[in-house]
Design a protein around this ligand. Structure first.
Ligand code: CO
Length: 209
């Protein structure tokens, strides 16, 4: 119970498998990481970044929190973004939400969930911005799915509004910010087609001159 031996056993087998198929993999990767992608996703155990896009360790830098929210004052998320953009020079930031997100569902309710309600407030804001459109959906299920999508689009904008991303663009760095959504039901990703690659594509209010 205290040692979780089965996890260490699985880890050992995994490391042996990787080494067998690619000798020197770990030694080489230990020297440096050079990922092209920053993934900002949900903490949900079913939405594991590198597994979904089937990439090996070293290919994707990851930040996850409940409902893949990018908050302007969240030092954790901003630090990840800054390191990924400025130091690792990733070429793509992917905000990936998922249908059936518990955080989104909780944000649509009016009952208390404890501390997390303060985090979910940010999603309630997204709901409020699009209330007419969401409330026009026929079923509760459709409302949640739509808010899952709209939340991704909002967080893509939040990534672009940071000084980090805008300064990178200003310095001529190639950086695209994408909004994707994942289906728990079939394991398939969908591009929400909201890719932003330059400051002219964001709102004037947030644009740095
Ligand atoms: Co979720």
């Amino acid at each position: 119970m205290r040692l979780l031996n089965h996890l260490f056993e699985k880890n050992k087998q995994w490391a042996e498998r990787v080494n067998a198929s690619n000798p020197g993999f770990f030694a080489q990767l230990a020297q440096q990481q050079n990922p092209d992608y920053l993934w900002i996703g949900c903490s949900d155990s079913r939405v594991s970044a590198s597994q979904i896009i089937d990439v090996a360790p070293g290919e994707v830098f990851v930040h996850r929190n409940i409902a893949n929210v990018v908050v302007h004052t969240d030092l954790n998320c901003l630090s990840v973004l800054q390191y990924a953009v400025e130091v690792l020079q990733v070429k793509h930031v992917i905000v990936c939400g998922h249908y059936g997100c518990g955080g989104i569902r909780a944000a649509m309710q009016n009952r208390e969930h404890g501390l997390i309600d303060n985090w979910l407030r940010h999603i309630k804001d997204v709901y409020r911005y699009h209330q007419t459109k969401i409330d026009a959906c026929e079923t509760e299920h459709e409302k949640i799915e739509l808010l899952c999508e709209l939340n991704v689009i909002e967080q893509v904008a939040n990534v672009c509004h940071t000084t980090i991303v805008q300064n990178a663009w200003r310095a001529g760095q190639q950086l695209a910010v994408h909004g994707w959504i994942y289906s728990l039901e079939n394991g398939i990703l969908r591009d929400l087609d909201v890719c932003i690659t330059r400051p002219e594509e964001i709102s004037r209010t947030h644009r740095l001159s």
